[in-house]
Design a protein. Sequence first.
Length: 556
Amino acid sequence: MNSTLRDNLFALSAKDEKLFSRLAGIKPSNRYAFQESRSGEIVPAFLQNGEAQPLHSMVDPKREAQRLIETMPQDTGFLIFLGLGGGFVPQTALEQTDARIIVIEYCLDNIVELFSSVNYAKLLLNDRLTLLVDPTGEEIKNFILEHYLPALRGGIKVIPLRTRIEQDREKFEEATLFIQEAIENVSGDYSVQAHFGMRMFSNIIRNVNAAAQNSENFFAEKKSRPIRETAIVAAGPSLDLQLPSIAELKAKGTFLISSDTALPVLLHNSIEPDAVVSIDCQHISYYHFVGCNLRNIPLVLDIASPPLLSSFASPVFFSGGHPLARYICAHWKPFTQLDTSGGNVTYACLSLAEIIGADHITLFGADFSYIRSQTYSRGTYIYPYFYKKQNRFSPAESQFSTFLYRSPFLPPENEKIKNYYETSSLRFYRKKLEEKVSMMTASVSCAQGEGAPINLKKSQTQIPPCDIFSEKASVSGAVFLEQYRNNIAALPAAKRAGGYMENLNENERQVFITLLPYAAALKKRNMELKREDLIEETKRRSVEEIERTLTTPVTA
């Protein structure tokens, strides 16, 4: 082992023992030649058909790297390099930006050969850089989902090393597909956080006291006596025609789960559901329940729901996907977790049916489309809401039309079926529901309707539902909020935002992650905030929000 390889492996072992172990004992590939540029740097050149193809400029590779980094937008804080090469561009990025960096490479023996001739020790020791060698697509995707934080990192950019990519085109093309999928997922989550991050944080901490009394007997009872036949009622226009079938199933003892939007339609038609699910953090959710007598109907609420909804019934709280909800489950009181990643309440209802042990699930009103210019079933909140708001300058018909056309319609997937219209959001919801159904063990069917057809095919991969929890809180809600507030206040000051997360210990990192949706919303409202200021402002405002909750408890 030469000294250059030894230095590189020693630097790698200090940060990535797993990769170090994989490289130990691997022989070099002999696929590279190493040439000296005019400026004196060692440049790897890939050998192909007896010819050496340099991966960088043979004049001045460092200057080439600097020019590339200078062309990036200033807010780019997450860089993905396809190919390591001589490491000139990643090293320049680390020196001139505070970006988080991933380098993706393939073939362990190629890495050993590079390590044997080029000194990467400085690069490998930097905490902001991660080298992924021979990663699967899922490993790439999961790494990005875990580490790319748009509120702090800003933009994301993929930088391919063209000459290197040509040698393993299929592998790098596959990596690019998973990178794009991860970016789309992060962008969707970030958009929600930017719009609702402050509201979700406020709702959760204001729900803590009510949640402390929540015994979750609902979930515990269903676990002991699983519900086999279940119907889920969404609020699409087809529901109007399906109500007799739903009433018939209810009479036969089928367990009926209603979305909050469909609840008034069912009750006004003398059909009482066995559970109602609500996940929306916005106060407009209130209108779903106005005039509805829930009596003993369990109201299954995401803990990020508006606290006002608790006044309609004794809520059964669950944990959705918000990081603060997960923190609460880990450090205060475990809640049953429902999958809300589909972004709509019908998807959450499906998760509830799955978790209570349903063998067969029938979907009603799940149109995920607009039918004959109708957005929702008759009797949903939108009708009295618009009738109440109308005036002679803005009649109800005009408001219905504005609501219908607020998003552009997509071209139909099937030209033969043209009686419904889809938007990008509705199609996304349908695709996510199809994806979930494909991995469920329960069988799922759709009642005949007029909306977009739902593909209910099963995949070979089946994922079991999450566990049910019914544990008591470790301390009172007030004590937990005080502890949480103190933990936020004790977070280190943000001196350099780019490396802030890397400098936190495990407990501090868990606390800070709960604030990221709040930071995203704050950033959206003030795009001029620098990263350090954004972190400090997020900490300050969240502490103030908790203190207001502690001193002025919500009574309704």
